[in-house]
Design a protein around this ligand. Structure first.
Ligand SMILES: Cc1ncc(C[n+]2csc(CCOP(=O)(O)OP(=O)(O)O)c2C)c(N)n1
Length: 607
C-alpha cells in the first residue's frame, strides 16, 4: 500500500493517477477510522483529499509554504508529510494535534485555528520573500466559510492592492458547519451549479487567440463581452475588481485538473485565486448525507450538558419574549441554537464566521429594540473583545453573550481553550458575568439575564455534562450561594464548573479534620459583597477557576478582600499564563492542580 510506504510529499511524484486514486481511498479510510476513534474533523478532511494530493505534487513543501486557513482540514496534509502512523494517537495528550503544529513538522507553518487569517499570513510571507529576493511560492488554502470572516476580506483587499505573489486556493464546498451564509457564497453557488460554463469560456478564448487576425477580432469581441459575462458571474468580477486573478472553477476531486490549475496559477505574477469545488464528507455516506454539517466534526449536543440546558431554556425564553433574537457566527448546531431556529426561523441569525460583526450588529439590534443573544464559543469571543468593550459595553446595550466551551476544552489544543474570557469580560465596565455550576443554574441565569437591561451580560459554561441539582441548590439574581458553612478557618470559592472539584477537595480535607466553607459565587462580576464580607472572616481563602488565574475571577476576589484589608491568606488557583496544549480535560486540570486532590493540596500548603 502506497500509504504505508509514504515518507513525504516527494513520494507522490511520478505516480500514475490510478495510483493516486488508490492512495486517496487509503487516506479516506485512515481519516474515517481515526476520527471515529478519537473524534476530530471529518467532513472537511474527506473533502480535501484530492486537493491536498495535488497541492503537494505541484508545490515543494516546506520550501513553498502551504498554509491552511483554520487548519481543521489539514489531516491529509499531515498524512502526506509523513505522519500517517501518528493518527493512532490523534488528539490524545502528547499525541498528534488535530491542527497543524509547528512542533510536529516543518511542513506546518501556522497553527492558529481561529478562522480567516491565512491570507494575512500569506501576504506577510510573500512580502518578506519579495523583499529578500527569494523565489518561493506561497499557497493559502481557504474555505468558503472562512472567506466570510472580516480578516479574509481585509487580506484580499491588501493582496490585490499590493500585488503579492500568492496562490489562493478557494476550497469551496458550500458549507461552513451549516451552509455558508454570504452573498458571495450564493454567487459561488451559481458557478458551482454550472461548472462547465467558465471552463468553456476559457477554452473559447484560448482557441480564438490562436487564430491569427480573425482570432484577434473574435478575441477583442470576446473581451468586450467579458464585462457582461463577469457581471453574470459575480465572484470572478468580485476578485478581479480587487486585483486578484480568478481562475476556475475546477473539480476538486480530479487530481489532474487541480494540478493543472495550480501549475498555471504558480506561473502568474501577483495574487491568483484558484476556485476549487469540493464535496464535504466525500466518500463516506453518513457524512455526505448529514445535512446539518456533513459531519464537519464528530460529536453533537449531549443530553444533560450545559449546552442542552441553554438550548432548552432559549426556546422557552423565545416564547415569552418575542423580541429575543439569537445570533450565531456560523455555528448554529454546536452552540445549541437548532431547536430555537426550528421554532423561530426568523429570529435566528447566522452572520457567517464574523464574531466582531456579530457583536456590533447585536449592539445595533439592542439599540433598535430587540433583545439579542450572541451564542459563541468562549475562545472565539476574544477576537471580538474590542466590539464587546466599545460597542456593547460603552453603549450600555443589553446584549446577552452565551459562551460555550469555556475553560479547558481538551483535544483541540491551545487555540480552543476558553481561558481568556473571564480576564477580558471582567474588564468591561457595566458587564455582568455569570458562571453557572449546574444545568439548573444555566436556566436560572438566562432568566435573570433577561431582567438585566442596563448593559451587556455574559454567561459562560464549559463543554460536557453539567451537574444536576435540586431546586434548593440554585441561587438567583446577582447573589452568591453558600454551599456549606465551615468553622471559619478555610473557605473555597469554586467558579462555575470548578464547584464540584471544590466540594471534592472539602471532602478530602474533612478526612484531615478540617471543616471547610464552600461558596458558589455564581456571579463573577459584580462579586456579591456579602460573600466577600464573609470570606474576609476566614484565615485561608482559595478560589478555583478554569481560566487564566492572572486577572481573572479569583483575582477579583483577592482584590476585593485586599480592599477590605482582610487578614486572610489567599490563593488563586487557575490556569497559568501559557499556551495550553491538547489533552484530556481531566488530565489538564489535574496537571494544573485544578482537581480535588490538587485543591486540597494547595489548602494544606497554605495552612
Ligand atoms: C473565528 C472562528 N470562528 C469559528 C470557528 C469554528 N469553525 C471551525 S471550521 C468552521 C467552518 C469553516 O468552513 P470552511 O472554511 O468553509 O471550511 P470547511 O470545513 O467547509 O472545509 C468554523 C465555523 C473558527 N475556527 N474560527
Amino acid at each position: 500500500m502506497l500509504l504505508e510506504t509514504l515518507t513525504g510529499p516527494q513520494d507522490l511524484l511520478g505516480r500514475s493517477y490510478a495510483e493516486l486514486e488508490d492512495l486517496a481511498d487509503q487516506i479516506r479510510h485512515l481519516v474515517i477510522e481515526s476520527v471515529n476513534e478519537h473524534g476530530g474533523h471529518l467532513g472537511s478532511n474527506l473533502g480535501a483529499v484530492e486537493l491536498t494530493i495535488a497541492l503537494h505534487r505541484v508545490f515543494r513543501s516546506p520550501h513553498d509554504p502551504i498554509l491552511w486557513d483554520t487548519g481543521h482540514q489539514a489531516y491529509v496534509h499531515k498524512i502526506l508529510t509523513g505522519r500517517a502512523a501518528d493518527f493512532a494517537e490523534l488528539r490524545e495528550g502528547g499525541g498528534l494535534s488535530g491542527y497543524p503544529s509547528r512542533s510536529e513538522s516543518e511542513h506546518d507553518w501556522i497553527e492558529n485555528s481561529h478562522a480567516s487569517t491565512v491570507l494575512s499570513y500569506a501576504h506577510g510571507l510573500a512580502t518578506a520573500y519579495q523583499a529578500n529576493d527569494v523565489r518561493r511560492r506561497v499557497v493559502a488554502v481557504i474555505g468558503d466559510g472562512a472567506l466570510t470572516g472580516g480578516m479574509a476580506f481585509e487580506g484580499l483587499n491588501n493582496l490585490g492592492h499590493s500585488g503579492s505573489d500568492v496562490v489562493i486556493v478557494l476550497n469551496d464546498n458550500g458549507r461552513s458547519y451549516a451552509p455558508t451564509v454570504s452573498r458571495l457564497s450564493e454567487s459561488l453557488i451559481k458557478i458551482r451549479n454550472n461548472p462547465t460554463y467558465m471552463r468553456r469560456q476559457a477554452k473559447i478564448e484560448e482557441i480564438a487567440e490562436r487564430i491569427p487576425w480573425v482570432g484577434e477580432q473574435i478575441y477583442r469581441g470576446l473581451k468586450m463581452s467579458k464585462a457582461a459575462v463577469r457581471e453574470m458571474w459575480e465572484p470572478p468580477a468580485f476578485f478581479e475588481n480587487l486585483g486578484i486573478r480568478y481562475t476556475g472553477p475546477f473539480d476538486g476531486h480530479d487530481v489532474a485538473s487541480v494540478e493543472e490549475a495550480l501549475e498555471n496559477a504558480a506561473e502568474f505574477e501577483g495574487p491568483t485565486l484558484v476556485h476549487v469545488l469540493t464535496q464535504k464528507g466525500r466518500g463516506y455516506a453518513p457524512a455526505e448525507q448529514d445535512d446539518v454539517k456533513n459531519m464537519h466534526d464528530i460529536g453533537s449536543m449531549k443530553e444533560g450538558s450545559y449546552t442542552a440546558a441553554f438550548s432548552e431554556t432559549l426556546v422557552k425564553l423565545g416564547d415569552q419574549h418575542p423580541e429575543l433574537v439569537a445570533i450565531t457566527a456560523a455555528m448554529p448546531d454546536s452552540t445549541g441554537l437548532l431547536p430555537f431556529r426550528e421554532r423561530f426561523p426568523d429570529r435566528c441569525i447566522d452572520v457567517g464566521i464574523a464574531e466582531q460583526h456579530a457583536v456590533t450588529a447585536a449592539t445595533g439590534m439592542a439599540m433598535g429594540g430587540l433583545r439579542p443573544l450572541v451564542a459563541l464559543y468562549a475562545t472565539f469571543l476574544s477576537r471580538a473583545f474590542d466590539q464587546v468593550n466599545l460597542d456593547a459595553g460603552l453603549h450600555g446595550q443589553p446584549v446577552i453573550f452565551c459562551l460555550d466551551r469555556a475553560g479547558i476544552t481538551g483535544p483541540d489544543g491551545a487555540s480552543h481553550h476558553g481561558i481568556l474570557d473571564l480576564v477580558l469580560l471582567t474588564k468591561v465596565p457595566g458587564m455582568t458575568v455569570f458562571a453557572p455550576s449546574s444545568y439548573q443554574e444555566v436556566q436560572q441565569m438566562m432568566e435573570d439575564a433577561m431582567d438585566l437591561t442596563d448593559g451587556p451580560v455574559a454567561i459562560r459554561w464549559s463543554r460536557g455534562k453539567a451537574a444536576h441539582v435540586g431546586h434548593d441548590e440554585v441561587g438567583s439574581g446577582l447573589l452568591s450561594r453558600k454551599v456549606r458553612s465551615g468553622d471559619g478557618r478555610i473557605a473555597l470559592v469554586g467558579f462555575g464548573q470548578m464547584l464540584p472539584a471544590a466540594i471534592g477537595a472539602a471532602e478530602l480535607l474533612a478526612d484531615d479534620g478540617l471543616d471547610v466553607t464552600i461558596y458558589d459565587p455564581r456571579v463573577v462580576q459584580p462579586l456579591d459583597p456579602e460573600m466577600i464580607d464573609d470570606l474576609a472572616g476566614h484565615d485561608v481563602v482559595v478560589s478555583i477557576e478554569d481560566g487564566l488565574r492572572m486577572g481573572g475571577a479569583g483575582a477579583g476576589v483577592r482584590d476585593a478582600l485586599g480592599e477590605r484589608d482582610a487578614n486572610c491568606r489567599i490563593r488563586v488557583l487557575g490556569v497559568p499564563v501559557q499556551y495550553v496544549p491538547h489533552g484530556h480535560p481531566d488530565d489538564l486540570h489535574a496537571g494544573f492542580g485544578l482537581d480535588a486532590p490538587g485543591i486540597a493540596q494547595s489548602v494544606r500548603e497554605l495552612l
